[in-house]
Design a protein around this ligand. Structure first.
Ligand code: GDP
Length: 409
């Protein structure tokens, strides 16, 4: 997802659960001294970005090697950031190394925690310290429940920042834009047609300028986290360069997370004079490249001229409503039984496929479980059933999940 090849190397992102709490752990590339090597510069920029986005920094030093000048250089930098921090002296697996680890006191970052990842020593202590230092989310997440959350994602320079500003244009009252009201301080709450909505800042748009120029400002971590938390992802494309390979990756990320998607073709003011055909051509191209989600709506916008913004927000409200919709169970059962009988699926290894039960088990997105005797249902048959549900219950733009489970009778 990153613009520049190599910028994301060595970065591993994962959710960790410990003692009933979940947090995201980011493993960055290793820092090296000032070398002028552009790749190492990029690793450093990624580390800076990761730290900027984090609530807690784990600074790992080597108890076997002891204190080295680079540790001091990094420590000096970390002290200035004033972020909660734990220094971990790793490889502290014998008495002598424990003594060596004491040297790290000199870094002025507090007592180093002695660990041996290899012998699995110190993990419990570390986790307790981590949980103690992480901010408390309790009660805050609830506030945005039931409120559609939008994330703007896309390549660098497609116009995400400008679009964010256009969405939050003067006529829409910003409810709050400060830390504490939502789970992330970069969320902005606003009201559209009397409905509260949340916009998640994915591109570092609000903090522009704090990131070094020339180095990518599009953060993979921020995007992944934003997509996970959002209800609807606005996948922004550049009208002058539609549906590139990278756009397809970004689209895929939102699709795999089962999120609502609106494809936004921005900078439409730069497209050739509109005769109607240009839009048709663009739509065909997008449909061909993003063929997995034919129901994702496509909107043409100019963030620069504030055109098409309402279309985005109207669609977002519609998709959010669809994603939360529950259909009447008996109507669903009848519909699916009729569909099954009027056009039965083809036999699998000579066996006739039976549908025993169908239920909607979830929303966001609407999820339907089919109990069948043989869950290998052909793709085109799934599509057939899905389209019946779409047409009957008016699901126009949302993703639907159909899950087939084996049951003997
Ligand atoms: P981001 O990297 O995706 O956040 O993109 P920016 O919002 O920084 O915009 C990148 C460039 O495209 C800037 O020079 C903007 O002025 C320009 N831009 C953004 N939206 C539009 C638009 O709708 N029309 C035109 N003509 N230019 C735009």
């Amino acid at each position: 997802m990153s613009e520049v090849p190599g910028t994301t190397r060595d970065r591993i992102i994962g959710d960790v659960e410990w003692d009933g709490r979940v947090f995201t752990l980011v493993d960055t590339g290793g820092l090296e001294g000032e070398t002028g090597d552009p790749l190492k510069e990029k690793v450093r920029a990624q580390v800076e970005m990761a730290i900027e986005e984090s609530d807690l920094v784990l600074f790992v030093v080597d108890a076997e090697e002891g204190l080295n000048p680079l540790d001091e250089e990094i420590a000096q930098w970390l002290r200035r950031l004033e972020k909660p921090l734990i220094t971990i002296a790793n490889k502290a697996d014998n008495v002598q190394r424990e003594a060596t680890a004491a040297e790290f006191h000199r870094l002025g970052l507090g007592e180093p925690l002695l660990m041996s990842a290899y012998h699995n020593l110190g993990t419990q202590d570390l986790m307790e310290q981590i949980l103690g230092l992480l901010p408390e989310w309790k009660g805050k997440v609830e506030e945005t429940k039931g409120v559609p959350k939008l994330a703007i994602i896309g390549r660098t320079n497609v116009g995400k920042s400008m679009l964010m500003n256009a969405i939050l244009g003067e006529e829409r009252a910003i409810v709050s834009d400060v830390a504490g009201t939502t789970r992330d301080s970069l969320d902005t709450r606003f009201v559209y047609k009397d409905k509260p909505m949340v916009l998640i800042d994915t591109a570092g748009m609000r903090r522009r300028g704090q990131i070094r120029p020339g180095i990518e400002k599009y953060s993979v971590l921020r995007s992944v986290k934003a997509v996970e938390r959002c209800d609807i992802a606005l996948v922004v494309l550049d009208a002058m360069e539609i549906a590139t390979e990278q756009d397809t990756h970004i689209f895929g990320m939102a699709m795999d997370a089962f999120k609502g998607i609106i494809v936004v073709v921005n900078k439409w003011d730069l497209a050739p004079q509109e005769t109607g055909t240009e839009q048709e051509v663009a739509i065909q191209l997008i449909r061909r490249r993003f063929h997995f989600m034919p129901y994702a709506p496509i909107v043409f916008t100019s963030a620069l001229e504030s055109q098409g913004i309402q279309d985005i927000l109207d669609l977002a409200l519609e998709i959010y409503e669809e994603r939360g919709r529950e259909v009447p169970q008996n109507q669903l059962r009848r519909l699916m039984n009729d569909a099954w009988v009027s056009r039965p699926p083809s036999n699998v290894r000579g066996r006739r496929l039976e549908l025993y039960q169908v239920r909607q088990v979830d929303t966001h997105p609407p999820t339907f479980v089919f109990n069948v005797n043989e869950p290998t249902i052909h793709f085109s048959y799934r599509r057939y059933l899905e389209n019946k549900i779409r047409q009957t219950f008016g699901f126009r733009h949302t993703h639907l999940r159909l899950v087939f489970k084996r049951r003997s009778e």
